[in-house]
Design a protein around this ligand. Structure first.
Ligand code: NDP
Length: 330
């Protein structure tokens, strides 16, 4: 495993990490979650990701119990949770001071932990002043409930505003973002945040590196049995995969597969290594519903040097979606 600094912070996270969305509590039971987490841990993963909303809190409970039972040393782990959707009540969602603090307390209880290493604002909240959110997140760090805070799917403008407020008011600034990043979804990581890496040392822990499974190539002949798009409550995901855009992506995955085969690796390994190659990606959060997938995905860490400029160019030609660089008028 490689360990990378989370942006310009002193913290090191495994370049491949492991998350619990869709899977824990919705698609797989605790025994399977334990097998997946143990396989990841044995491969050197130190960073595990969850959120208050995953399976209505069950994912955190399961993750906390697995870690307890495994007896892993807390200081060897980097645990992340995310706050925004905590329930149905008017104050159970969003980024008010009240929900941020109450939501984090409840997450910690479910995880059976005194602190999380990373806490993210799961989405921007248009109804709450950014200053209120920044103060509450900064308080979480000052009170020892989290070590670093960041955002997920915030625009560069929103992150810059939050950072500026924190700096002006002597509060703890956000230092990390959790954006979607994969071969189909590139603009934010490659273009929009470019200045933030330089100017505020932003780190990124990126999600859905396989585009929910499409980049494993297994949707080529329809929705496979036992996949997340068959999980109860995830009809919307199946519809997305079966939409025109979903079909186009499945077709692109089929065109990428021979390239992976030329390199002697599988398509998911190629797609994960492609995310890992980006210098501003601190950690690629993988997901899996069985330990065999975890073992397969962890191999991607050894595939980075296979991505020569020529191979990357062949990938660009298939994808045809490279974001334009910022114009330099000098
Ligand atoms: P991926 O895009 O990598 O999708 C993972 C899924 O793909 C697996 O659950 C599995 O689904 C399938 N898969 C994985 N490996 C293989 C393989 N080797 N061969 C075949 N199929 C495979 O990542 P996720 O969408 O799960 O996102 C990763 C993590 O990121 C989440 O767990 C969560 O922690 C975080 N996240 C954060 C979000 C945010 O808003 N901040 C949003 C979404 C995720 P199947 O069961 O169908 O086989």
């Amino acid at each position: 495993m490689q360990y990378r600094h989370l942006g310009s912070s002193g913290l090191k996270v495994s370049a491949l990490s492991f998350g619990s969305w869709v899977t824990f509590g919705a698609q797989i039971d605790e025994e399977m979650a334990e097998q997946c987490m143990t396989t990841a841990y044995d491969a050197g993963v130190n960073f595990f990701d969850t959120a208050e909303t995953y399976a209505g809190g069950k994912a955190e409970t399961m993750m906390g119990r697995v870690i307890r039972r495994a007896g892993w040393k807390r200081s060897d782990l980097v645990i992340a949770s995310k706050i925004f959707w905590g329930g149905k009540g008017p104050n159970d969602r969003g980024l008010s001071r009240k929900h941020i603090i109450e939501g984090t307390r409840a997450s910690l209880e479910r995880l059976q932990m005194d602190y999380v290493d990373l806490i993210f604002c799961h989405r921007p909240d248009v109804e709450t002043p950014i200053e209120e959110t920044v103060r509450a997140m900064s308080h979480l760090v000052d009170s020892g409930r989290a070590f670093y805070w960041g955002t997920s799917e915030w625009s560069a403008e929103q992150i810059t505003a939050a950072h500026g407020i924190a700096r002006q008011q002597g509060l703890v600034p956000p230092t990390m973002e959790q954006p979607q990043y994969n071969m189909f979804h590139r603009h934010r990581v490659e273009r929009e945040y470019a200045r933030l890496y330089r100017e505020i040392g932003l780190g990124t822990t990126i999600w859905s590196p396989l585009a929910g499974g499409i980049l494993s190539g297994k949707y080529e002949h329809g929705v496979p049995q036992g996949s997340r798009s068959n999980a109860p409550g995830y009809d919307w995901l199946r519809e997305r995969f079966e939409s025109d855009q979903g079909r186009q992506r499945i077709a692109l995955a089929s065109r990428l597969r021979p390239l992976a085969e030329d390199l002697g690796i599988t398509l998911p390994r190629l797609a994960l290594a492609w995310c890992l190659r980006h210098p501003e990606v601190s950690s690629v959060i993988t997901g899996a519903s069985r330990p065999e997938q975890v073992s397969e995905n962890m191999k991607a860490i050894d595939d980075l040097d296979k991505l020569t400029p020529e191979i990357l160019q062949r990938i660009e030609e298939i994808l045809g979606n490279r974001p334009e660089e910022e114009e330099n008028f000098r």
